[in-house]
Design a protein. Structure first.
Length: 126
């Protein structure tokens, strides 16, 4: 009788353990996001600044969330630092930071500053 009870108990435990295990078919999707937080344009050629396509800057930040911090930076290094007479502009660095929601304003401000620098550079380049 003891063996019969023992075998019944083992059979019950094995049955419960076997049927208690179910396969979980639910899939969890993880969504990864990336954001462009900084754009920096460096050049030694003033013509590159003149011909810069400002639309690409707007396109870079359009996938960001509205409260994401972004930075725009432009740098010009004058390769001709040998000019000894008159006024010479060696370098120009401009950096502005704000939120993605204000990207249009940041781009306009940056564009205006770069254009002012180009005009100033051409004025004193002669």
């Amino acid at each position: 009788m003891k063996i019969k009870n023992f075998l019944t108990g083992v059979f019950l435990v094995c049955s419960c353990l076997t049927f208690a295990q179910t396969k979980n078919d639910t899939k969890t999707e993880t969504k990864s996001t990336s954001a462009v937080t900084e754009f920096k344009f460096e050049t030694k050629n003033i013509e590159a600044l003149k011909k810069f396509d400002w639309n690409i800057v707007h396109d870079l930040f359009e996938e960001n969330e509205k409260d994401q911090d972004i930075t725009l930076a432009f740098a010009f290094e004058n390769p001709d630092k040998t000019k000894k007479t008159g006024i010479r502009i060696d370098d120009f660095n401009f950096k502005i930071t704000g939120k993605t929601a204000d990207a249009s304003t940041l781009i306009k401000t940056t564009k205006s500053s770069v254009e002012n620098f180009i005009n100033l550079s051409e004025k004193y380049d002669d």
